[in-house]
Design a protein around this ligand. Structure first.
Ligand SMILES: Cc1cc2nc3c(=O)[nH]c(=O)nc-3n(C[C@H](O)[C@H](O)[C@H](O)COP(=O)(O)O)c2cc1C
Length: 142
């Protein structure tokens, strides 16, 4: 079966406490189970970074909804494409809050300069260390 994946970054509208995160994950996981969507949500330096995968028509629809969600803003597409097999078959939405020290372990420095990403073209974004961080967690969690 052909699957589609999308990853994006966004600014959190408010600083989320643990309860807010739990509520969000509860809603997202329930919906994703129904739509056969799986993926990973990272919270990193005040931003969300999310990777979702699933049937192309569902991914397109959900991504449109996610873009309009007032819980975040300034969505920026990082990567998208097609894949044959899921990376997250066991996770309707895995979640990790990432510490600066973890970022440093992965890319060798702490400051991802995520704000600068908003001014870069797609080609530059596709090589940004943030994707290295994302794919590192994808590798470790799958
Ligand atoms: C950071 C973030 C990630 C989200 N991820 C998903 C997701 O993976 N799947 C999903 O269905 N909704 C996700 N949502 C929620 C959607 O934006 C939206 O609230 C939900 O799909 C509404 O569905 P409904 O209109 O069918 O009730 C996310 C929201 C935020 C803020």
């Amino acid at each position: 079966m052909k699957l589609e994946y999308v990853s994006y970054m966004s600014n959190q509208a408010n600083v989320l406490n643990e309860k807010d995160v739990e509520d969000l994950l509860y809603q997202v996981r329930e919906k994703n189970r129904k739509l056969a969507i799986t993926g990973l949500l990272l919270l990193i330096q005040g931003k969300f970074i999310q990777y979702i995968e699933g049937p192309p028509e569902e991914i397109d629809k959900v991504y449109i909804k996610i873009k309009k969600d007032p819980r975040h803003s300034d969505l920026l597409l990082l990567d998208k494409g097609v894949l044959e097999d899921r990376l997250f078959s066991d996770w309707s939405m895995a979640y990790r809050k990432i510490k600066d020290s973890e970022i440093e372990n992965i890319i060798g420095f702490k400051d991802l300069e995520l704000d600068k990403l908003f001014f870069q073209d797609e080609e530059t974004r596709s090589k940004h260390p943030v994707l290295k961080v994302l794919y590192n967690f994808i590798r470790n969690l799958t």
